[in-house]
Design a protein around this ligand. Structure first.
Ligand SMILES: [Zn+2]
Length: 235
């Protein structure tokens, strides 16, 4: 099992998630340690998170606006370089050609060298948006490097062929091979999660499940909290 050294060559990372709060819950303890080392991190949320109100009190446009604002607050806590939202509706994300192209465009614009995303092959992944985001993020990897794929994207300011070289999957139980000790970063991870106040209205009390999950992640390596990843072999 590798630790933080699995990321030693990372200079610029992009995280493709489905909803505002996915990045914060799934991998922010690791990202914080990379950011402290000077790594630039970009966030992509495919959906607006506009059904994420378990009591159904808010209308969807208002909830979407709230969740975009919470995303910005959390990004400031973490020190992300930029955040993107692809504007799809929560609960309806499909890994189609349009989503693939929208994600490839961001690989080309950010010139990221490392991708973090959901493991679309985890059999226990019950959320369709998580599966679709992970699938589309992986599907965009190769085309983003090909000059004849959507060449109009390459004419945008700063854009170039995709530069991704490595992929780390989160939310996986398929023999994760990277476990990062996030214990020291945990208070900031919790603060970033709590910036999503509409999702976690009772603050830390609403995040008991996350502490339990990260605690289980820490057990194999003997630390209080850890985040687990599966590194894909790509070229
Ligand atoms: Zn989610």
């Amino acid at each position: 099992m590798k630790g933080l050294e699995a990321f030693e060559d990372v200079k610029r990372a992009i995280v493709v998630a489905a909803h505002p709060d996915d990045l914060e819950c799934c991998c922010s303890g690791t990202l914080l340690q990379l950011i402290a080392r000077g790594v630039e991190v970009f966030s992509v949320n495919c959906t607006l998170g506009d059904i994420g109100d378990s009591e159904g009190r808010l209308r969807r446009p208002a909830l979407a606006e709230t969740r975009l604002q919470e995303t910005e607050s959390a990004a400031r806590v973490l020190g992300l370089v930029d955040t993107y939202n692809l504007g799809h509706h929560d609960g309806e994300l499909v890994a189609n050609l349009d989503l693939r192209a929208a994600i490839a465009r961001l690989y080309r614009i950010t010139q990221a060298d490392t991708l973090f995303t959901f493991d679309p092959y985890w059999a226990g992944q019950i959320h369709p948006d998580h599966r679709a985001a992970g699938q589309a993020a992986l599907d965009a990897y190769m085309p983003s490097k090909m000059p004849l794929y959507r060449p109009e994207q390459l004419r945008e300011p700063g854009a170039g062929l995709g530069k991704l070289q490595r992929v780390f999957l989160f939310s996986t139980d398929r023999d994760p091979d990277v476990a990062v000790d996030i214990t020291a970063a945990y208070p900031v991870k919790l603060a970033a999660c709590m910036a999503h106040a509409s999702q976690f209205p009772k603050g830390e009390e609403s995040l008991t499940w996350l502490k339990e999950m990260d605690g289980r992640g820490g057990e194999p390596i003997g630390v209080e909290y850890a985040e687990l990843f599966k590194q894909m072999n790509v070229w």
